[in-house]
Design a protein around this ligand. Structure first.
Ligand code: NOJ
Ligand code: CA
Length: 705
């Protein structure tokens, strides 16, 4: 079943293309369906290609370059003549088998500018304007060329206004970096998504510039904004499947240029024959910060589902033999502290079954861990002697619990690819159809993690896994650009600093969790792995087996949130595979674990209700008749008023509220929480207190009629 064309989809209006007559010489334009965003394509005297964007008549992106440099000198940047401009409109609804939202509206106006130069090279600039932003991509055809070697992409984003921005620095190797809150004019490099709020800004934002290397200077107020209405925007990309990732490098105060992850020889993108399409360059633009989260723009710019069937793909909650290794209580390698033993596996499967948790993950189960940091030659079909795969698989089957496999590559993608089919087939014979992958380590032969070579690898893994009806949860992945629309077995991924950093570093600061939804998660789900209840590692530190695996002195390590915030993160940090990441001993008998028992990983719809990047956020998710709300704050205490108008009218719900106690504080009293119950309807408003570094989670279950 291809989800895009199945009969239960409602196509409201078919794509209608017509030849544009209003192309004004070297300039042509397109607006969003509601008319408030306007994009113009234009050319200068050298027939170089540019675009500019206005929002409600006010310049938002000033004329910015488009084009490429090619190694052999093929012209892809100037002296192009417009051959044809086609305009069209699409307004359709489509469905995902799972997701933050299962139904999406894809409504845009398109302008395809077809250009040609004297040598016959054709370049089409395809622009799509939505009410909440825009995307554009390049489609190139150079007849006669037997290869194309892109050495530079000239795409610019020359922003018209100063803004407060949130981003991580550019790196072609990792996204596991701390976010910075910076005036846009002070951002030298950034990875995407980079999110920003144009001036005017609230003075409050200045007090939250807390990330390690953030500047503390004030952002100057803009002349252009006089109506007290900032714009929120985020630059990212969509459908990155055969191209290097795009980062941004500052070229002038508010001007940024695409900077692509290179191949070892410096080429950025290579294509056999003279034909290629880039991923989409995207700019989400909304009036409210939560509008960015509630947007479907990134998914809409991806291709429809490529799989013949998707009924084998299911969201799930899971626990796993995992946190003990990061704390040093257990080990990935076989030995006294080995985590993935048959005995431990049985214990975790029993726990999952007792608590209605669909799946269990095991790391450190296969040969290769003993050489960690060396050749990284893992064997994906050879379990350690104390991990009886046959017995564990049978036990899991009997208990109705799924097993999540683990393929750590240590970065050795060549070794992994040589075993890929065999590895998925081997797992499949044991009923393992969900695999977490990992790329912790440098790639062979001078490749980097985010270049075109590895983008192709990540996609190849997803496509190969699909043949075995297997889903993927990638760690150290390529950034999420929404390819789950095309391959819905690409479930979730890491791609930011996750929970693990709290085990062996200074950890993730309180603002991190209220930045992720406005930045990293705009691309898609994240396997952050929330839910550590032993916040101060009091139980872990008592373990005689504790040996620090890496990094810092253990006395500094802890979780930098309250307990209630850990619960709220299960809702806020969306992942269709959602983990309760603590060692199961810390959940046994804990009253607050009831939230996870009630929680559904398979949600139907989501809405970000309130929030400000780096400050706070409140998100609600609906799963059938149930609703789950998560709210969280940075280091500041605050009280949110939450109208419950998202509940079904006329239905009465039992709200179970997992809140910070009035004296809770992430630094001094992180474990102080309360659980209260209340009967509510959609007409009610709840007042939610969030302690410093705290949060609140609420489950709404319909009361028996
Ligand atoms: C890094 C991953 O993010 C983490 O989840 C995993 O446990 C380790 N690598 C080992 O594979
Ligand atoms: Ca990681």
């Amino acid at each position: 079943m291809k989800t895009s064309s199945s009969p239960w989809l409602t196509l409201i209006l078919a794509l209608t293309m017509s030849l544009l007559t209003a192309c004004n010489g070297r300039q042509t334009e397109v607006t969003s369906p509601d008319g408030h965003i306007r994009l113009s394509f234009l050319q200068d005297d050298s027939l170089r290609m540019l675009y500019r964007v206005e929002v409600d008549g006010v310049p938002f992106i000033l004329p910015s370059r488009l084009g490429f440099e090619e190694r052999s000198g093929l012209n892809l940047s100037h002296d192009f003549h417009i051959e044809e401009v086609k305009h069209g409109t699409l307004d359709e609804h489509w469905s995902q088998p799972w997701g933050e939202n299962k139904r999406h509206r894809n409504h845009y106006n398109e302008m395809a500018v077809a250009l040609r130069d004297e040598a016959g090279t054709r370049l089409t600039l395809r622009f799509r304007l939505f009410d909440d932003g825009l995307g554009f991509r390049y489609e190139c055809e150079a007849p006669g060329a037997d290869s194309l070697l892109i050495v530079d992409e000239l795409t610019e984003f020359r922003l018209a206004q100063e803004a407060t921005s949130w981003s991580i620095p550019a790196s072609f190797e990792t996204y596991e970096l701390l976010y910075r809150t910076l005036p846009l004019s002070q951002v030298e490099t950034a990875n995407t998504p980079i999110t920003f709020r144009t001036s005017p800004f609230s003075s409050q934002s200045l007090t939250t510039m807390t990330s390690a290397d953030a500047a503390t200077e004030e952002v100057p107020k803009s002349d252009l904004s006089d109506d007290n209405h900032p714009l929120y925007a985020s630059i990212h990309e969509a459908a990155l499947t055969d191209y290097p990732e795009m980062t941004l490098v500052q070229t002038d105060s508010l001007a940024f240029r695409a900077s692509l992850a290179p191949w070892p020889d410096g080429v950025k993108a290579r294509f056999a024959e003279g034909v290629f399409k880039t991923s989409w360059r995207t700019v989400q633009i909304t009036r409210e910060a939560v509008g960015l989260i509630n947007s479907s723009l990134i998914l809409n710019l991806n291709e429809p589902c490529a799989l013949d069937s998707t009924d084998w793909i299911r969201p799930m909650k899971y626990v796993g033999v995992w946190w003990g290794m990061h704390l040093g209580i257990e080990s990935w390698v076989m030995g006294d502290r080995h985590g993935a033993t048959t005995e431990n596996a049985i214990k975790y499967i029993d726990f999952a079954e007792r608590n209605g948790i669909e799946a269990v993950l095991f790391e450190g189960w296969n040969a290769g861990w003993e050489n960690w940091g060396g050749s990284q030659l893992f064997d994906y079909t050879k379990p350690f002697a104390d991990f009886d795969m046959e017995k564990i698989a049978q036990y899991a089957r009997e208990k109705g619990v799924r097993l999540i496999g683990h393929h750590e590559t240590g970065g050795n993608v060549v070794n992994y690819e040589s075993q890929l089919d065999k590895s998925f087939a081997w797992y499949a014979q044991y009923g393992v159809h969900d695999v977490k992958t990992g790329y912790a380590g440098g790639l062979p032969n001078g490749h980097n993690h985010h270049g075109q070579y590895n983008v192709r690898h990540y996609r190849h893994v997803v496509e190969t896994a699909a043949k075995y009806h297997t889903t993927i949860n990638a760690h150290e992945p390529i950034k999420d650009t929404g390819i789950r629309r095309t391959w819905p077995n690409m479930m979730t991924r890491e791609g930011a600093r996750g929970m693990e950093w709290n085990a062996w570093s200074e950890g993730n600061p309180p603002e991190h969790h209220v930045l992720l939804p406005f930045t990293r998660l705009l691309g898609g789900p994240m396997d952050y792995t929330p839910g550590i209840f032993d916040i101060l590692y009091e139980r872990a530190k008592k373990s005689p087996d504790r040996k620090q695996w890496n990094m810092k002195d253990s006395k500094d390590c802890r979780i930098n949130t309250t307990l209630a915030k850990q619960i709220a993160l299960w809702v806020i940090l969306y992942s269709p595979m959602q983990m309760a990441s603590d060692c199961i001993e810390n959940y046994e008998g804990h009253p607050a674990f009831q939230f996870f028992r009630d929680f559904e990983a398979d949600c139907d719809a989501s809405r970000a209700l309130q929030g400000e990047p780096g400050e706070y956020v409140a998100i609600v998710r609906q799963a059938g008749e149930k609703f789950f709300l998560g709210a969280a704050t940075n280091g500041e205490a605050r009280t949110l008023q939450l109208p419950l108008d998202f509940l079904k009218p006329g239905v009465s719900y039992r709200a179970t509220i997992y809140a910070d106690a009035s004296d809770a504080d992430w630094v001094t009293r992180p474990l102080a929480y309360t659980i209260t119950e209340q009967e509510v309807t959609s007409a009610d408003t709840l007042s939610a207190y969030l302690a410093p570094g705290g949060g609140q989670a609420i489950s709404f279950l319909p009361t028996e009629q």
